[in-house]
Design a protein. Structure first.
Length: 131
């Protein structure tokens, strides 16, 4: 009974992915962002580690939907908005993460992204508007 409860708790807080020959657990709170590379997805964590998964980004996005902090900012990027430091809305729309990684924000997703962040953080994220 205890093992089942522990397994359910892990499933609620972690992303379970299949490696070549085993299953790997990645705590969702440790995921910085995910990047699409063809039929593969690169998962970058807060420790600087990159994990390659043989699934498209859409499948990873569907698995992470239960965590309200993930947002698809671009066709190639899914970001954990908890780690966004700055959003720059100028000639290039980008987010700058806590580790200074810069990721593009698609033009068509900009307004939805801003509203989503405002709802989650109640404007705790600083926005740099360059005109």
């Amino acid at each position: 009974m205890v093992k089942k409860e522990k397994a359910e708790k892990i499933a609620e807080t972690d992303l379970i992915i299949k490696d070549n020959i085993s299953y790997k657990r990645i705590p969702a709170t440790n995921i910085l962002y995910c990047k699409a590379e063809g039929c593969y997805t690169m998962i970058y964590d807060i420790f600087g580690k990159k994990t390659t998964v043989s699934k498209p980004l859409k499948e990873i996005e569907n698995q992470l939907k239960r965590f309200s902090v993930f947002f698809r900012i671009h066709k190639s990027y899914l970001v954990n908005i908890s780690y966004i430091n700055t959003y720059a809305n100028g000639h290039k729309r980008i987010v700058i993460l806590n580790d200074n990684t810069e990721l593009p924000v698609a033009y068509r997703r900009t307004h939805l992204f801003i509203r989503y962040c405002a709802n989650i953080f109640r404007k705790n994220i600083k926005f740099l508007i360059k005109k």
